[in-house]
Write a protein that binds this ligand. Sequence first.
Ligand code: BTN
Length: 264
Amino acid sequence: MNTESLQKELHTKWIGRQSLAFQEIDSTNDEAFRRAGDGAEEGLLVMADFQTRGKGRKGRRWDSVSGGNIAMSILLRPDISPSAAPRLTLVMALSAAQGIKEASGILTGIKWPNDIVVKGKKICGILTEMKVCGADPPEIVIGVGINVNTEGFPEEIRDRATSLFLESGKKQSCERVMASILEWFEKYYEVFLKTGTLAELKDNYDQACVNNGRRVCVMDPKGQYEAEAVGINEKGELLIIRDDGSMDSVYAGEVSVRGIYGYA
Ligand code: BTN
């Protein structure tokens, strides 16, 4: 990946117009924060062919083979309360699902809150990180990792991971996929900023969310239970109906929702 070939594909107003490409870096999220500290502008895009310390959610690692896959991060400084920042992960999930479809024709679903899956296997992960400094707008980095042209996965994750190549049988252009995602994100981000909520994006998200109408297992620290997922609310929480008919909302930071049918 290089900045020139990305810029040729990219039709955004400001997101990704400034971009940095690395053959190898520790983590594109970490590099975006370093650049932010040096005064980089909002919208900066950092991408890399290979990350030596790619980070996943919950302190996990994100590993992918060198070249042919997407590891990218964008820097934002939205004027929102820090508590609203995790919602941006859902905005990116929606953008990634739309962008992947537009660029490759592959239909994906969102596993709430922010994994993109194809037939129950993960194809894309999103990690949003934030730094808050006094009363200034929070500094937010959204990192996206996509298995694009990976030809095969180690046996231990083969039933849980897939790539755009494996799903379509042909090599895909990382630049095209990235450009499409960033274009969707720019549109949806503008809509999100009007209220700092998912009020206007909720319906689109619900249509893409594979959990809806399905049984989920809520891993509540107070005790795990099963329920039916029915959509999200404007805060991005998952709405569930318990077996006694009562409705509740679960927050991504407090619980993790495991599908009962395979990964989704
Ligand atoms: C997850 O599903 O656990 C989130 C994975 C996020 C991976 C991306 S790759 C680009 C960016 N840089 C990182 O170190 N992580 C994110």
